[in-house]
Design a protein around this ligand. Structure first.
Ligand code: NI
Length: 147
């Protein structure tokens, strides 16, 4: 087993990625002082994604925050965002809306509930056209870990 938990044979694959995106990723690797190279950085991303997905166990109780940045002029995006949120009143503990500039809004949602519902809500909101940036940070509560 390697330093980062690599087991078994290494598989190689190639991916197509916009040059600009790759350059930004390389710059981030250089800054972070973490993983030494692209391969390790991508392995870390995949592991992180797998861990996050484990929290999608339907019955786990999770808490989290959802951050979104969007242009409120995009079609009927604000109405759709609002409409989705009204179907998850039990999971949305609190929201904060900041009008960043003429176009952009920042919205932060504090969430609590069954993993299935919380991730479903995040998927619906972040999947809407016009949401430029979105990130769900989630953690299982002690209850679901049996502590
Ligand atoms: Ni706004």
């Amino acid at each position: 087993m390697g330093a980062h938990g690599t087991t078994g044979e290494l598989a190689r694959f190639s991916i197509a990625i916009p040059a600009e995106l790759l350059a930004a990723f390389d710059a981030q690797i250089a800054r972070a002082g973490g993983p030494a190279n692209r391969s390790e950085a991508i392995r870390d991303l995949i592991r992180s994604s797998l861990v996050q997905n484990e929290l999608r166990t339907p019955d786990a109780e999770v808490i989290g925050s959802l951050t979104m940045i969007y242009d409120h002029h995009t079609g009927d995006l604000t109405r759709k965002l609002d409409s989705v949120q009204h179907d998850y009143t039990a999971e949305i503990v609190s929201t904060m809306h900041v009008h960043l500039d003429h176009h952009n809004c920042l919205e932060i949602l504090a969430l609590k509930g069954r993993g299935e519902r919380v991730y479903e809500l995040a998927d619906k909101l972040l999947g809407l056209r016009g949401v430029k940036h979105g990130e769900l940070t989630c953690a299982a509560t002690d209850k679901s870990l049996g502590r």
